[in-house]
Write a protein that binds this ligand. Sequence first.
Ligand SMILES: C[S@@+](CC[C@H](N)C(=O)[O-])C[C@H]1O[C@@H](n2cnc3c(N)ncnc32)[C@H](O)[C@@H]1O
Length: 398
Amino acid sequence: MVGLAQYLAICDKRFFKSAIDELRKSALIDTDSIERIYDHEVFLVNSKGSPKTGPDLVPEDFEFFDFVVKIDKAIAFSKNFADVAKSVSEAVDKSKRFKIYVKKYGFKLAERAKDIEVAVGTEMERMGFIADLKKPEIAIFIVFLEDRIFIGKSTAGESERPKIIDWFRPSNVDDKDIGLNRASFKIAEAFNYFKVDPSKIKVAIDIGAAPGGWSYYLASKGIKVIAIDNALMNYEKLCEKFKVLVISGMDKESTGPDQNTIIGTGMGEVHRKNLSVSNIEILQIQTIADLLKLYDIVQIKAPAEEAEKYIAYLKILRPGLLAIDINVKPKYSIEVAKKFSRAIDPEGIIITTLKFAMIDTAGTISYAKKSMEDIANEIKIKKLPHNRKELTLFAYKK
Ligand SMILES: C[S@@+](CC[C@H](N)C(=O)[O-])C[C@H]1O[C@@H](n2cnc3c(N)ncnc32)[C@H](O)[C@@H]1O
């Protein structure tokens, strides 16, 4: 049929309803019919006529879809990788150096996605195609489903490609030691997706910081972190790379540390500093500012509600980023974001996860966006690959 285009769209099944809604509304693909082909995760989009802007790959324009690729070829499921390679060869230009990315669903194939990439790639090379794992000119995507195999490709620019690939197979990035825990990937993806330049941020406030995945990532980008959480962080792991200080002993009634005590954990060693100054409030803030010169991460070991008292002082540090990842209802995360946004610089970045206990995704999103409008510009929400039952909100403080 002339002009018919088919797309394969992959989303997190937790958000499939919102994903389909956005696909229907999307101007990018002129959606004609949407077929669910795997659970609530993979969709086949039949687009009548050529798609409006016609990209091979649509990774960025959707809030909920992780990955959308134009299908070049759909074939029957086969375990014969030479056959698969033959089909791939018919869909791509032989003069372009290639790299293959495989995603598989179901249990029909015992081989890991990576092994399949090697097997198909080897067959392609046998046919005279040239593989280039470092700087491919063409990225080939092969999706194995229960009964079909879909082949798509991207000739997107080199700088775009690593990002795209992460959407396609988030486990790809799991191999790299970029963080302390899975949460590290969430903040890394947020930086990547929302194009945050870490070198422009000197100080960040990280609320709900324990056990420390976000703080670890931020500190590794050279950002000084004020971590706020009443829970213990993974000091052992953090201290392998960073100097960490924990300010504890916050007393509900007092305006500062109740015992004038700071517990510092610096590069493996734990020590105490006794600070005897009569005006604790002043001590508190001067201490944090000074300590940020000495430490990479300063944890205020208190919940946000208590640390709130120090917003005026935190402001002196001129944080360029407010990062929030607390396991509470989205409305409350927004409330905390709005309160603590007072501590960061104008045009500072706000990143917060929104955790969904109940699925009123659309309602929560419109509430979050509307509510943030008072204090922020360019509010965006995205389901990032490592977000599970949550979304990530990004905005600039007004
Ligand atoms: C999902 S964990 C955060 C993971 C963390 N971002 C990381 O990278 O490792 C949620 C954290 O939020 C903290 N939390 C929950 N309510 C909070 C509040 N009101 N103030 C500060 N922290 C809070 C919890 O103690 C918990 O450590």
